[in-house]
Design a protein around this ligand. Sequence first.
Ligand code: GLU
Length: 279
Amino acid sequence: MARTRFAPSPTGWLHLGHAASALYASRRGEMVLRIEDIDRSRCRAEFETGIYEDLAWLGITFPTPVVRQSERWAEYECALSRLSEEGLLFPCFCTRADIKREVEGAGVAPHGPDGPVYPGTCRSLSSQERSERMAAGEAYALRLDMAESVRRFASLLWHDDVRGEQRAVPELFGDVVLARKDTPASYHLCVTVDDAAQEIGLVTRGEDLFEATHVHRLLQAVLGLPTPGYSHHRLLTGEDGKKLSKRDGAATLRAMRESGVSAAEVRAMVEVEGRRSKE
Ligand code: GLU
């Protein structure tokens, strides 16, 4: 059986959508749990404890010790050095406001899965200007030179067991951020490195992250990592038809438990909801 993973971020209490995702991962293979806690400003210890409590309550087991991304900065740093040695990273000093201004000024700016595509402002800075601005202590993010990466690694494929064979189109995202000004690594980088390190054979996650896989496939190629299979499941939706989210206080598993709902009932609800969302 393939190894699968459930990779929540401890930025809120788990809700029904997470229960569906964790059950999906545990049904498709041997599930490992990974705590995606790189965004230190949004993660809280109590939410991490909540993840363990909710999974135990649902009867979902996983091997220990659990991998926590906040303990893996050295591995991410190593991947970034490799990309830098390949000449595929560049420092970006732009603020959000700079990017917004540039994008608005451009009239028709391409839109990617994460919003407007970065207009490439810092890609062409001279190495002298880069060094001077870094030496002056200006904050910068590290971005992937997408055009050059795609030129070197063209025609990549990956397989989604729901939608079939896919040709990777990471260029949809433009020069993605791989290390942030305030966090030394980004989601795309950490997930790619960790799925390989944990020998995940089948990446199970919601279909809201379907497009992100194009970027992960490219990073695998550049970093010489294996490509797992993928299974992007439908998302549970609320009454309004929108994806359940922590932000709008979608019924948390914790609140349901406290109000007397049983784990078996939650499992049954997720099955029913899962079927409804496919209709
Ligand atoms: N940590 C992400 C989340 O909580 C999931 C990332 C993934 O499954 O690749 O939405």
